[in-house]
Design a protein around this ligand. Structure first.
Ligand code: AQP
Length: 343
């Protein structure tokens, strides 16, 4: 996986479009930390604030708060700014500059086929922002401005990553170069798609209008327990094997969440809880979720008490990032034929 001709570098980002959810944590951040600590990759992790304004106008104060809180969530979960480059997208202007070049490489038809565009624009494509339509080209730029080879993401981002590969391939082909790597997704584990607590067929999401549908990483113990208690389930006991969860999306989701939090397999969860009714299983899940998440939410609160320190970390991350991104943008401009003054 990844492109063997390039340095092993992982890039991933999360939108500060709302508070962090358990889906973001299990599907993305926890794996960011594993990749950071694997000692194989250079890792770059990003608050993608330019993406966060594509779907709706986020009030400026809210965007600032969300971005700092997201950064605090990264750090509280184990992302270490000494080991990883931690940045805010808008502070590294080469992301948006390369995105313009990619807007001219990507085809309208490619963008129109993206399921996220279809889902988020819904029946109102005419009234949606151009930024929402062009979102995947900016995402491609986020990744390729680092020549990243690996991208840890949840299942929902797989299609966008395929488009990133298409853009890199077309750029290389059109200009007759082997300049951009063809990055590979890192989608592994049981929590690549954490579902809503209220509807097991929909992804848990920060922008779901119902707060009961998700566990926020800043929820306290009572809120976590209350949401798990009210999570939609069915009247049947837990089965003893995975086939027994086939047509029970809500039950499967809670088993998967338990397994992901406990870092075990869904079958091992069933081995321990087969025959239990949901009242009892939810109690065990609450205990596990509270024990795992409370230290993180406490640490987020501690970090948020010193916003200047968060801004300093992001500023330093941007300086380190630009040592990589500025030369890659210059080389891209050279390839494309933009006149530069080389000193
Ligand atoms: N439910 C989920 N299960 C597993 N992984 C998830 N991710 C998001 N939701 C889940 C992963 O988190 C990373 C960051 O996602 P994002 O914030 O850039 O956008 P998103 O996927 O659109 O996440 P949300 O929470 O649904 O945000 P909104 O509501 O603003 O659109 C990605 O790696 C994603 O796969």
């Amino acid at each position: 996986m990844g492109d063997p001709g390039f340095k092993q570098r992982a890039f991933s980002g999360i939108q500060p479009s709302g508070g962090l959810t358990l889906g973001n944590y299990l599907g993305a951040i926890r794996r960011f930390v594993k990749m950071q600590n694997a000692g194989i990759y250079e890792t770059v992790y990003c608050m993608v604030d330019l993406h966060a304004i594509t779907a709706r106008l986020v009030p400026p104060r809210e965007l600032i708060h969300n971005t700092r809180e997201l950064c605090a969530g990264f750090l509280a979960s184990g992302v270490d700014p000494e080991k990883s480059i931690v940045i805010n997208q808008s502070q590294v202007p080469e992301h948006a500059q390369l995105a313009w070049i990619f807007n001219c490489v990507a085809r309208m038809g490619w963008m129109g086929r993206m399921t996220q565009w279809k889902d988020k624009s819904g029946k109102n494509a005419e009234g949606s922002s151009l930024g929402l339509f062009a979102y995947p080209a900016l995402m491609a730029a986020d990744i390729l401005i680092y020549h990243a080879t690996h991208v840890p993401v949840g299942e929902d981002q797989k299609q966008h990553l395929e488009l990133t590969r298409d853009i890199a391939t077309k750029f290389n082909h059109d200009y007759g170069v082997a300049f951009f790597p063809i990055p590979g997704p890192v989608i592994e584990g049981i929590a690549t798609r954490v579902m809503s607590l209220q509807d097991g067929t929909r992804k848990m999401s920060k922008s779901d209008p119902s707060d009961k549908s998700r566990i926020n990483m800043t929820d306290d113990a009572d809120a976590i327990a209350g949401k798990i208690r009210k999570a939609k389930t069915d009247p049947d006991p837990l089965p003893d094997n995975l086939d027994g969860l086939a047509d029970r999306p809500e039950a499967r989701n809670l088993v998967n969440i338990y397994a992901a939090l406990a870092e075990t397999s869904p079958q091992a969860v069933l081995d321990a809880h087969a025959g239990a009714l949901f009242g009892r299983f939810k109690g065990a899940l609450s205990e596990l979720a509270v024990a795992t998440l409370t230290p993180i939410s406490n640490e987020i609160s501690r970090l948020m008490a010193d916003p200047a320190e968060i801004d300093r970390i992001l500023g330093r991350g941007a300086d380190r990032a630009r040592e990589i991104t500025a030369p890659i943008l210059e080389q891209t401009y050279d390839i494309v034929g933009m006149v530069r003054q080389h000193l």
